[in-house]
Design a protein around this ligand. Structure first.
Ligand code: FES
Ligand code: FE2
Length: 393
């Protein structure tokens, strides 16, 4: 086969428009800004798992696509979220990643807010009498918050559909694992990677890249995988068998550790557009959320979940299963980070023009259907075709 000259290199791939993506979606600053408002400003996004806010007045803070957020469990037990911005002069109100407090007190001039977002303290308030400023008008900006299957989601839009409407049936295949026993987060990591946020999401949607991971080449039976696509760009995979005993001195996973609704050596995954992936490796769960920092940098948060209240030896085994593939020292996670950065090295500079997502295997094996579903929804929400976002001929 001949190599290509400049003109043929720049030409769109000879596949349907839905089966390739323009490199501009990873690098163009205008597209990056639009994604924040048109996508991240409108979707439901995971804030945390319920087990991360077990007690009244527990809180966590997150950085969500340029908007800092506080998530807290109120005195009434309800979880609420607020934009993490003081109403006075706009300072970031809470700086800690997590904690427990009845009052959020701004370090700058000591304005205070309760766990329901009301402004409950303004030092030296008399000076505002003349200007009419009242504490009851200075509450925090509340962010819509809802939960499903123990997962707490936020939505920056007051008009977006409900969480249930957003998710639809996409997490149904994983509901037995998420609800059949009480889970808790035992592992949390956050990492910044030099790549566009979609490059990380693609590592979770692109099953074909299992070829990159030595562990998957040895242990995964791809031919049994079935892919289901849902409205809204969501997807699920199931049925893929894992042959753990085929790697080194590993052994098959014992059924006594299997989570409800799945075999210990089975794997089921779910993806919610745009930035949420849940991977259930029979005995242990990983949840990823990815948010954009800049066109060329992403934040990925990963959680590992096990069974609340289980024995020390069961937890130890589950952590070992988690760490074989995942976490900083797992084999797959760093390899995925390298893959995302390798794509940034070419798309970020404009050297790569397109990427091809044209594998068709009737939604089995290594079909690219999940990537096409993702980019179909991306195109719909952005009002731009992912294969040609600026409609250039
Ligand atoms: S900026 Fe928060 S109290 Fe002044
Ligand atoms: Fe991977």
């Amino acid at each position: 086969m001949p190599s290509r000259d400049t003109e043929t290199w720049q030409r769109a791939p000879a596949v349907p428009d839905t089966h390739y993506v323009s490199g501009l979606v990873y690098s163009d600053p205008e597209i990056f800004e639009e994604e924040r408002s048109k996508i991240f400003g409108k979707v439901w996004a995971l804030a945390c798992h319920e087990s991360e806010l077990p007690k009244k007045f527990d809180f966590r803070t997150i950085d969500y696509a340029g908007t800092p957020i506080i998530v807290t469990r109120g005195g009434d037990g309800r979880v609420r979220s607020f934009v993490n911005v003081c109403s006075h002069r706009g300072a970031k109100l809470v700086n800690e990643v997590s904690g427990n407090t009845r009052r959020f007190i701004c370090f700058y001039h000591q304005w205070a807010y309760d766990s329901e977002g009301a402004c409950v303290g303004i030092p030296q308030p008399d000076a505002y009498n003349e200007t009419g400023l009242r504490a009851e008008d200075c509450g925090l900006r509340e962010v819509r918050t809802d939960s499903k299957y123990g997962l707490i989601f936020i939505n920056l839009s007051d008009e977006a559909p409900t969480l249930n409407e957003f998710i639809g049936d996409a997490l149904e295949p994983l509901s037995p694992m998420l609800t059949g026993t009480e889970l808790e987060v035992f592992h949390y990591q956050r990492s910044e990677i030099n790549a566009n946020w979609k490059a990380w999401m693609e590592t979770n949607l692109d099953t074909y890249h299992g070829l990159m991971h030595v562990l998957l080449r040895k242990t995964q039976v791809n031919s049994s995988r079935e892919i289901t696509l849902f409205l809204g760009g969501h997807a699920a995979t199931g049925g893929s068998g894992q042959k753990y005993g085929d790697y080194g001195n590993w052994a098959a996973r014992e059924e006594s550790l299997a989570l409800p609704g799945i075999g210990a050596n089975e794997m089921k995954n779910g993806d919610l557009f745009p930035n949420f992936t849940i991977l259930c490796r029979g005995t242990v769960i990983r949840i990823d959320t990815v948010t954009p920092i800049s066109p060329h940098r992403l934040l990925v948060e990963c959680r590992g979940l096990g069974v609340k209240g289980e024995s020390e030896s069961d937890r130890h085994q589950r952590i070992e299963h988690h760490n074989q593939y995942w976490g900083f020292a797992g084999r797959n996670w760093p390899e995925d980070a390298v893959a995302a950065e390798r794509c940034e090295a070419t798309f970020g500079s404009g050297a790569a023009r397109h990427q091809i997502i044209a594998r068709e295997e009737n939604l089995r094996g290594n079909d690219d259907g999940m990537l096409r579903g993702f980019y179909a929804e991306w195109s719909r929400m952005m009002g731009r075709p992912a294969n040609n976002p600026f409609n250039r001929s």
